[in-house]
Write a protein that binds this ligand. Structure first.
Ligand code: ZN
Length: 243
């Protein structure tokens, strides 16, 4: 079984299409949440993603907020403005789809969650956050998103130490049977690790192989649409920097 891994698409249709073109032919897709929010194409991205074969998708904080199911006070001003705009672009049926997404899912011994475990919308930004998530992981592998930073934490046994691997330019990981892995898939539509190219992955379950990749897309086209839509300029500008 070969899965395509997507996270934090954030209504960026150009990035989404570039990633899906490269993932064509995988058996099924896993999505770590935040299909919408920030970007100019929430409805189009949602329709594209929800129809992917074998999709298993968990809810992100922006998905729930756009569906009026998450307190807007958790967001900064620009994010809030974008969520309010996003909410106006979605039909009630689309909001129903987003609000019905589960907070976690289990697929072939992997746990999917947007932010972390046990608190689903926490950020795994440092080793101590990763250790907390490892403590709550039911299996050997967990896929997350939320920080928009592609990276992998690896823990051996009950060690209080985590090995860390940056996936800033992608990378291949052979999933050995003894350590446990916490893999942040980065962001398709709004990377914040300094690399503006869209981040995504391919997980070959039987081969125990995980490959993270980056692909460039037409950033300027997305920025133009964001400005036309009246979305906060900072959100458009940051796409060029990947920050
Ligand atoms: Zn996000």
């Amino acid at each position: 079984m070969i899965y395509g891994l997507l996270s934090d698409i954030h209504a960026n249709l150009e990035a989404c299409e570039a990633v899906l073109a490269d993932l064509a032919g995988v058996d099924a897709y896993l999505c770590l949440g935040d299909i919408v929010g920030y970007g100019p194409d929430p409805a189009a991205c949602l329709e594209r993603v929800r129809r992917l074969p074998g999709l298993v998708c968990v809810a992100g904080n922006h998905d729930l907020a756009a569906a009026d199911r998450y307190d807007l006070n958790w967001f900064n001003r620009q994010a809030r403005e974008a969520i309010e705009w996003t909410s106006r672009q979605l039909t009630s049926e689309q909001k129903g789809y987003l609000s019905a997404l589960p907070l976690t899912a289990e697929v072939a011994q992997a746990t999917l969650v947007h932010g972390s475990l046990p608190d689903h919308m926490e950020y795994v930004a440092a080793v101590r956050d990763a250790l907390r998530c490892f403590d709550a992981m039911p299996g050997p592998l967990c896929f997350i998103g939320h920080t928009h930073v592609a990276e992998c934490f690896l823990r051996r046994g009950k060690s209080r130490f985590c090995e860390h691997m940056s996936l800033l330019t992608g990378g291949e990981i052979v999933l050995d049977s003894s350590p446990r892995y916490l893999v942040n898939c980065g962001s398709v539509g709004q990377p914040r690790d300094g690399n503006p190219a869209a981040s995504y992955g391919i997980w070959e379950v039987e081969a125990r192989l995980l490959e993270m990749r980056r692909v460039e897309y037409d950033v300027a086209a997305v920025q133009r649409k964001m400005r036309q839509a009246g979305l906060p300029p900072f959100l458009a500008d940051r796409l060029s920097r990947g920050r």
